[in-house]
Design a protein around this ligand. Structure first.
Ligand code: HEC
Ligand code: HEC
Length: 252
């Protein structure tokens, strides 16, 4: 029950309170860098969600709880304040939301809206399947476009083993798609990952970013923001609305 207390506390806080801001700046107590941290240990709620079948039509409805920030088409905000979720792998969505609920990834702005009071585990499964199949025609936010060849060089050297040549990530391995994400969000995450303050991060990724200068982080973020999106194969094929999570085969 200890794991739940932070989320519950945040859910009860008024938005924008001083305490929420303090938590925003702090590391997650169970997150990356803490003794307890093991990448993707699969918290019980994550397993519970992955065992469900998600329904994209129901997910579209349930996503109303999220669309104030992430927008009804899952585009987020072009400046990256809110990430684009359309086209992200379903298993990645499930991991991020349940990591926030378990206090592993801190997100005080979103926590009250993604808390157990707001959405249940079936709704998380439904939303994840909806988002994975969702596409948006809107152009994502791009960087200044000045050091793209440096960005490409760095990305191909340290990042493609997990995120793929085309930034497509992997549903089966729960690696996020990073292509055509908003530049502002990519850069912010890379800064948090490198600095060890993003509550969930793969230790090998943190290592890969170790020698990056601020300019290198910006160059990679810019390169990714300009990769064509829509790459991840929709888990939901056309005409199909119900989907089981492929990673379930590997669950304990
Ligand atoms: C009050 C605004 C707000 C609401 C409402 C909100 N979110 Fe978020 N969400 C955010 C912010 C801000 C981030 C980025 C956090 C960061 O910078 O680390 C985020 C990040 C995410 C991510 C991580 C994306 C990634 O690429 O890692 C997922 C998944 C997500 N939100 C899903 C949801 C779902 C599902 C709901 C509804 C149940 C929801 N959000 C409601 C603000 C919101
Ligand atoms: C060992 C595999 C691995 C490597 C190598 C790796 N990443 Fe990641 N990356 C991940 C995982 C896993 C996450 C999501 C964190 C989580 O859920 O724990 C992530 C998240 C991200 C995010 C945030 C995406 C989002 O939607 O929030 C960005 C940006 C990113 N990686 C860029 C990079 C870059 C640039 C490199 C190369 C320097 C890199 N990664 C190397 C596995 C990897």
């Amino acid at each position: 029950m200890k794991l739940l207390s932070l989320t519950v506390l945040l859910a009860l806080l008024p938005m924008g309170s001083a305490l929420a801001d303090a938590v925003d700046a702090a590391k997650s107590p169970q997150g990356y860098g803490s003794k307890a941290y093991v990448w993707n240990r699969m918290n019980p709620e994550q397993i519970d969600v992955l065992r469900k079948s998600g329904d994209a039509a129901r997910g579209r409805e349930a996503f109303r709880a999220c669309s104030g920030c992430h927008k009804p088409d899952g585009f987020g905000l072009i400046d990256g304040t809110y990430p684009k979720l359309a086209g992200q792998h379903a298993a990645v969505i499930v991991k991020q939301v349940t990591d926030v609920r378990a206090g592993i990834r801190a997100n005080p702005k979103m926590a009250p809206f993604a808390s157990r009071h707001a959405v249940n585990t079936q709704e998380i499964a439904d939303i994840a399947v909806f988002l994975a199949a969702q596409r948006t025609a809107r152009e994502n936010g791009k960087g200044p476009g000045e050091r793209l060849s440096r960005g490409e060089e760095l990305y191909k050297k340290g990042c493609t083993t997990c995120h793929g040549e085309r930034g497509q990530g992997s549903e089966a391995r729960i690696y996020p798609a990073v292509a055509a994400q908003h530049y502002g969000y990519l850069l912010r995450e890379l800064e948090h990952i490198k600095g060890g303050t993003r509550g969930n991060a793969h230790p090998r990724m943190v290592r890969a970013l170790r020698g990056y200068s601020a300019g290198d982080l910006a160059a990679v973020a810019d390169y990714l923001s300009r990769m064509p999106g829509g790459e991840p194969t929709p888990v939901v094929q056309a005409g199909e609305t119900v989907n089981d999570f492929p990673v379930v085969a590997r669950l304990p």
